[in-house]
Design a protein around this ligand. Structure first.
Ligand SMILES: C[S@@+](CC[C@H](N)C(=O)[O-])C[C@H]1O[C@@H](n2cnc3c(N)ncnc32)[C@H](O)[C@@H]1O
Length: 375
């Protein structure tokens, strides 16, 4: 685990995990899967309501590092069309193809690797967007930055310089704005692009855009034309507390209410879902830190042993009776609508979810970019 546990805690979790596996086996064997659900769900959030589908705006995107499609989906719902989406992992390509059979998805170690791609044929595309892998800069990792072989910023910049889009959007973890990476950002992102693009750099919080999860990310948005840059405004929150400096906002969407769970007198946005594809053992949990454990506990939501379906999650509740999540529940907490399906085993689906830009946040950025380019 990326966080410290004492031996005693480790033993306790190990014992819980073994007991839980035994209970699962027993419950399934006893055929108790048909008993009435312990958690009646009603009035779940529909993330599509956070990002109403807009008519096509005539602008096209090239998507890099597309993952499970968070940025792609947000841009699509804001009216953009995709020229192509590049992604190294086959399982992500399967997700994109299954959800959008008409998209040009290039995935896998040959077709999908941006390091092998020639981008000049995409000249004329309006937008390049992408979230280069964030592990090199994530506080959950070693923060090796430029020295990490997963650092793909050079490829992103090469693509922008070859395609010369009217605008680019890049997303990453807020760790990238640490002082430690100041010169990295300057030398690898700003310097190569600054004489061709006016660059904006800002942080957004997913829960400010109706996503029921605490999640902050940094965005770089660049415009080729000064006139477009002058029209760009950083997205302002749509959801928040009363008395916000942004004026009247919609109340935040909290985790339990969004999942459709009954009122227990306590609710708040969920902790950040764990990023990354492969925990130490391809984990099926979304727990991100020790501090998060306390919040999940108060929410009475179990962040481990996520199940492929609601039926299976119901079939073996955790011993403490908390709500066990399915992949669809985690997707909802990330702002994906129910009809967006993730391919692969549970840990692969969670990897795609935890790595993604929350679609409603992508949508908010896409709206502002479209406004700057089309008004
Ligand atoms: C942070 S995730 C992107 C998530 C995506 N923006 C979304 O919103 O769902 C980064 C992705 O880059 C992919 N990737 C890493 N190296 C790559 C490469 N050389 N070519 C293409 N994709 C790559 C990873 O497999 C991962 O899915």
């Amino acid at each position: 685990m990326p966080y410290d546990l004492t031996e005693e805690q480790r033993d306790r979790y190990r014992a819980t995990s073994i007991r839980s596996q035994q209970r699962k086996r027993a419950l399934l064997e006893e055929g108790k899967t048909v008993r009435p659900p312990a958690h009646q769900l009603s009035g779940r959030l529909d993330p599509n309501d956070l990002m109403p589908q807009l008519e096509q705006n005539g602008l096209t995107c090239l998507s890099l590092f597309s993952g499970g499609g968070g940025l792609d989906l947000g841009f699509e719902r804001a009216g953009f069309a995709h020229a192509a989406s590049y992604e190294l992992l086959d399982v992500c390509g399967e997700t994109l193809n299954a959800n959008r059979p008409d998209w040009d998805v290039r995935s896998g170690t040959d077709a999908g690797d941006v390091m092998k791609a020639a981008f000049s044929p995409f000249r004329g595309v309006d937008i390049v967007h992408g979230g280069p892998p964030c592990q090199p800069f994530s506080i959950a990792g070693k923060q090796a930055g430029a020295d990490d072989p997963r650092n793909m910023w050079a490829e992103y910049v090469r693509c922008v310089l070859q395609v010369r889009p009217r605008a680019f959007i890049a997303e990453n973890v807020v760790g990238l704005l640490d002082r430690k990476f100041e010169s990295f950002v300057q030398q690898n992102i700003v310097d190569p692009l600054t004489d061709k693009y006016t660059i904006f750099k800002f942080k957004l919080a997913a829960h400010d855009f109706g996503v029921p999860q605490a999640r902050r990310r940094v965005f770089f948005v660049g415009f080729r034309a000064k006139r477009d840059a002058a029209r760009f405004e950083v997205p302002i929150p749509t959801h928040g507390d009363e008395g916000s400096v942004f004026g009247p906002l919609l109340p935040r969407n909290t985790a339990r209410r969004s999942l459709g769970l009954p009122d227990i007198g306590y609710d708040e946005v969920s902790p950040t879902l764990r990023s990354g594809f492969t925990g130490p053992r391809n984990t099926t949990g979304v727990l991100n830190s020790k501090a998060a454990l306390k919040i999940w506990h108060s929410l009475q939501v179990w962040p481990n042993g996520v199940q492929p379906s609601r039926g299976l999650a119901e079939a073996y509740p955790p011993e403490n009776g908390h709500f066990r999540m399915s992949v669809a529940d985690c997707a909802l907490l990330q702002g994906f609508p129910e009809d967006w399906k993730f391919s692969g085993a549970v840990y692969q689906a969670l990897g795609q979810i935890g790595n993604s830009v929350c679609p409603p946040v992508a949508y908010a950025v896409a709206l502002q970019v479209a406004r700057a380019l089309t008004e």
